[in-house]
Write a protein that binds this ligand. Structure first.
Ligand code: GLU
Length: 432
C-alpha cells in the first residue's frame, strides 16, 4: 500500500488530558492517530475524518392512542470510496447525531478492516422501543424508511439491524422501499428474515465473528479457549449468541448482564437457560442459580475474556486500570475510550477492537447482499466457512500491522483500514 509509512513507528499524537466521551470526537481521535502513523496529507485527512452526507428527518407516527408523536431520525453516510454506504439502524432514547456520525465512521473502518467492498453509514431514531407496541414500531419504521428513501438503495446505502432493531424491522424497510419503487428490491437492507432474501448465518454472524477473532487471539497468546472464563456485558443479539457459541467451545461463561443488571456464577451459566429466562422475565437478573452483579462489577471482575456487547463508553479512565481480563473483544461499537486503550495496552491486555471483533455482522451482511443481487442462496455451512476465512485473515492482518508499527491492535486496525480507504480515495482522485 502506497500510503503506509515504512519508516519507524510514529509517536502517538497527544490525546487531550481530559477524557472526552463524545463518540464522534472519539472516532476522530482514533482516526487522527492512524492518520499520523500513515503520514496522510492534511487535505486527505479532512476528507476522511468527516461524514460525506448527513440526513436528519422528522418521523411523524400515529400512536395506538390516536395521537401523533414526531420522532427524530438520522441517516449518515460517512464514506463511499470503496463501495455503497453500509451500516445498521439503531432505535434508542439516547441516540444523538454525534453518536450516529461516530457509528457511521466506525462502519467505514470496519468494512475496510475486513476488506469488503462497502463504505460506512449508520442510522438512528430517538425513541424508546421498549415502550412502543409492535404496530407503533411498524408505523414509525415505515415512515422513517420513507423519509430516508432518497438516499438508500442496493447500490447506494444498505441499512441493517443494530441496537433494538431486528429482522422484522428490516422486513418493514424492505417492503416500504419496494412498494415505493413498485418492484421488490431484496438488496436494499440486510439482516432480513430468510423468507425474503435474508442469509443463513446472518443472525449469529456478529457473535460468530467475535468467537473466531478470540480464537485467533488465544492462539497468539498461547492461551486455551477451552476452560477460559468469559464475562459478557449485554445480552442482545451479539451478547446472547456469543454466550452460546463460547459455551459450545467449552469456555466458561461466568457472568452476563443486560440493561437492568447482571448475574454471576463461578461454575458457569447455561446461556440457553439464560436466554429462555430473559425471554420470560425481560431480564437475566434473578435467574435461578446465579448471584447478582452490577454491570460495573462485571467489567472489572476476574475473568480471562471480557466481551462488552452493549453500548459505548463502558471502559473508560474510571475503570480501565481495574480490568482483569487478558483479552477484551468488543462485540459492541465504541465501548472503550482512547484513554482507556492506552491503559489496557500498558497492562498487556489484548484488545480486539470493535472494527474487527464485531465485523462478522457486516461481513455476512455483505454475503446476504451478494446472494440477493444474484438471487442465488448459500447454505449455512458455506456462509460460516466464508465468514471464518474473512475473520481469520483480517485478525492476522491487523495483528501484523500492529506489530509492524509497534502499537496495539486498535491502532493496527485503524492503520490498515484508513490506509485502504485512503488508497481508494487517492486512486479515484478528487471530483471535479
Ligand atoms: N449494526 C451492525 C454493525 O454495527 C451491522 C451492520 C451491517 O450489517 O450493515 O456492524
Amino acid at each position: 500500500m502506497a500510503t503506509v509509512a515504512k519508516a519507524a513507528p510514529q509517536p502517538i499524537p497527544r490525546i487531550a488530558p481530559r477524557e472526552d466521551l463524545n463518540p464522534y470526537r472519539i472516532a476522530q481521535i482514533q482516526f487522527d492517530i492512524a492518520a499520523e502513523y500513515l503520514k496522510l496529507d492534511p487535505g486527505l485527512r479532512q476528507i476522511l475524518r468527516t461524514p460525506k452526507r448527513i440526513l436528519e428527518v422528522s418521523v411523524p407516527t400515529k400512536m395506538d392512542n390516536g395521537q401523533i408523536k414526531v420522532f427524530t431520525g438520522f441517516r449518515v453516510q460517512h464514506n463511499i470510496a470503496r463501495g455503497p454506504a453500509k451500516g445498521g439502524i439503531r432505535y434508542h432514547p439516547a441516540v444523538t447525531l454525534d453518536e450516529v456520525k461516530a457509528l457511521a465512521t466506525w462502519m467505514t473502518w470496519k468494512t475496510a478492516t475486513v476488506n469488503i467492498p462497502f463504505g460506512g453509514g449508520k442510522g438512528g431514531v430517538i425513541c424508546d422501543p421498549k415502550r412502543m407496541s409492535k404496530p407503533e414500531l411498524e408505523r414509525m419504521t415505515r415512515r422513517f424508511a420513507s423519509e430516508i428513501f432518497p438516499i438508500i438503495g442496493p447500490d447506494q446505502d444498505i441499512p441493517a439491524p443494530d441496537v433494538y432493531t431486528d429482522s422484522q424491522t428490516m422486513a418493514w424497510i424492505m417492503d416500504t422501499y419496494s412498494m415505493t419503487k413498485g418492484r421488490t428490491s431484496l438488496g436494499v437492507v440486510t439482516g432480513k428474515p430468510i423468507s425474503i432474501g435474508g442469509s443463513e448465518g446472518r443472525h449469529e454472524a456478529t457473535a460468530r465473528g467475535c468467537l473466531v477473532a478470540v480464537e485467533e487471539a488465544c492462539k497468539v497468546k498461547k492461551m486455551s479457549l477451552r476452560g477460559a472464563t468469559v464475562a459478557i456485558q449485554g445480552f442482545g443479539n451479539a451478547g446472547s449468541i456469543a454466550a452460546r457459541l463460547f459455551a459450545e467451545k467449552k469456555a466458561r461463561v461466568v457472568a452476563i448482564s443486560d440493561s437492568r443488571g447482571g448475574v454471576f456464577n463461578s461454575r458457569g451459566i447455561d446461556p440457553m437457560k439464560a436466554a429462555r429466562y430473559k425471554e420470560r422475565s425481560g431480564t437475566v437478573v434473578g435467574m435461578p442459580g446465579t448471584s447478582r452483579i452490577s454491570n460495573d462489577d462485571l467489567l472489572t471482575m476476574k475473568c480471562d475474556i471480557l466481551i462488552p456487547a452493549a453500548l459505548e463508553n463502558v471502559i473508560t479512565l474510571n475503570n480501565a486500570d481495574q480490568i482483569k481480563a487478558k483479552i477484551v473483544a468488543e462485540a459492541a461499537n465504541g465501548p472503550t475510550t482512547p484513554h482507556a486503550d492506552e491503559v489496557l495496552a500498558r497492562k498487556g491486555v489484548t484488545m480486539i477492537p470493535d472494527i474487527l471483533a464485531n465485523a462478522g455482522g457486516v461481513t455476512v451482511s455483505y454475503f446476504e447482499w451478494v446472494q440477493d443481487l444474484q438471487s442465488f442462496f448459500w447454505s449455512e455451512g458455506e456462509v460460516n466457512a466464508k465468514l471464518e476465512l474473512v475473520m481469520r485473515r483480517a485478525f492476522h492482518e491487523v495483528h501484523e500491522t500492529a506489530r509492524k508499527h509497534r502499537t496495539h491492535m486498535r491502532t493496527g486496525a485503524y492503520v490498515l483500514a484508513v490506509g485502504r480507504v485512503a488508497d481508494a480515495t487517492l486512486v479515484r482522485g478528487l471530483f471535479p
